[in-house]
Design a protein around this ligand. Structure first.
Ligand code: TTP
Ligand code: MG
Length: 343
């Protein structure tokens, strides 16, 4: 039986700031931008005290100030949060061979082989508290979806095990917005259909959802509302793309010279693909001309690959699409592999 643990730090940026401003503990605290509420910028996060006034992530600082003029506004100090994040991620690695990093303050652990996942969860929370002074919320479930939703149920400092049979009681009464993957647009669409809770969504026939939304989205919503999710943990974060570029010593209009450089760049990138055990499904080539104007052509492959011959052929096809502009001299050529997948 699979067992997944999801961990998410509580009010992360704000909690870190409170470590160095203990006098603000218990006060409403907003972290965002340069910490100046009448400047441009948005709220990164707010302490739970500030959230009571309606302040939330993504809101303009000015709006937060209007809602909560006596909130304490602090600037974002990303390097400090990253350092603590790395410390926590390293700690998590010691409890499972498979750790998937979510955002800066969250991760999934595969605990399928562990006898007492709840015991491990307690130990992890305790160690994080000891080593960083911060609290985390943990969810445990049979898949990523339920683990993620469980960690959110009793924030802050929560620890919730959510077996499949508890979905009806604990998940279905929640508003659809709390379902993983449902944003404001889906929420509004569902509302227009008269669907407010996850339980109501679970009761809609999938055939209806498929018509209302795109088919894949409709299926996702149906399955998610029933707590079904079979996406595996990816231990390694897959980058969005891999690219490399080279500037010619002297601007050139020689197609052979450009193609030779393209060959070398593609070779280097294929090596990186192999090392990272990734496959690419799109190849784009960028030329920068002597006057610094740049153009890009991209090509999508029928399936992801790490085969040099296929990828180089795609890059050459991209290059040939520049032919109309052949008269212009080229200063730089770049190749980028996109749409990456784990091999
Ligand atoms: P979250 O885990 O979404 O939020 P949180 O940790 O502040 O609060 P919660 O207790 O509800 O988990 O995001 C983690 C950090 O990422 C958050 O502290 C700040 C940052 N962040 C942004 O900078 N912008 C955003 O829009 C969001 C959602 C988060
Ligand atoms: Mg968090």
């Amino acid at each position: 039986m699979p067992c997944i643990l999801h961990i998410d730090m509580d009010a992360f940026f704000a909690a870190v700031e409170l470590l160095r401003h203990p006098e603000l503990r218990g006060e409403p605290v907003v972290v965002g931008g340069r910490g100046v509420p009448f400047e441009r910028g948005v709220v990164s996060t707010a302490s739970y005290e500030a959230r009571r006034f309606g302040v939330h992530s993504g809101m303009p600082l000015r709006t937060a100030f209007r809602l909560c003029p006596f909130c304490h506004f602090l600037p974002v100090d990303a390097p400090v949060y990253l350092k603590i994040s790395e410390h926590i991620k390293a700690l998590l690695q010691t409890y499972s061979p498979t750790v998937e990093e979510g955002g800066i303050d969250e991760a999934f652990l595969d605990l399928s082989e562990v006898a007492d996942p709840v015991g491990i969860a307690r130990i992890i929370k305790e160690r994080i508290r000891e080593e960083t002074g911060l609290t985390a919320s943990v969810g445990i479930g049979p898949n990523k979806l339920l683990a993620k939703m469980a960690s959110d149920l009793e924030k802050p400092d929560g620890l919730v095990a959510l077996p499949g049979e508890d979905i009806e009681r604990r998940i279905w009464p929640l508003p659809v917005r709390r379902l993983w993957g449902v944003g404001p647009r889906t929420e509004a669409h569902l509302k227009s259909m008269g669907v407010k809770t996850i339980g109501e969504l679970a009761g809609i026939p999938p055939a209806v959802l498929v018509v209302e939304f795109k088919p894949s989205r409709g299926h996702y919503l149906h399955r998610a509302a029933h707590g079904i999710d079979d996406t595996p943990l990816t231990a390694q974060r897959v980058p969005k793309s891999l690219g490399h570029q080279a500037t010619f010593q002297r601007d050139t209009g020689d197609p052979e010279a450009i193609e030779a450089e393209l060959n070398a760049l593609t070779e280097g990138l294929v090596m990186r693909l192999h090392n990272m055990r990734l496959l690419a499904r799109s190849v784009s080539v960028r030329l920068r001309y002597a006057d610094f104007e740049s153009h890009t052509h991209a090509l999508h492959l029928p399936e992801p690959t790490d085969d040099f011959a296929v990828l180089f052929e795609a890059a050459r096809k991209d290059l040939h699409r520049f032919n109309r502009e052949r008269a212009r001299k080229v200063r730089l050529v770049g190749v980028r592999f996109g749409d990456l997948h784990p091999a």
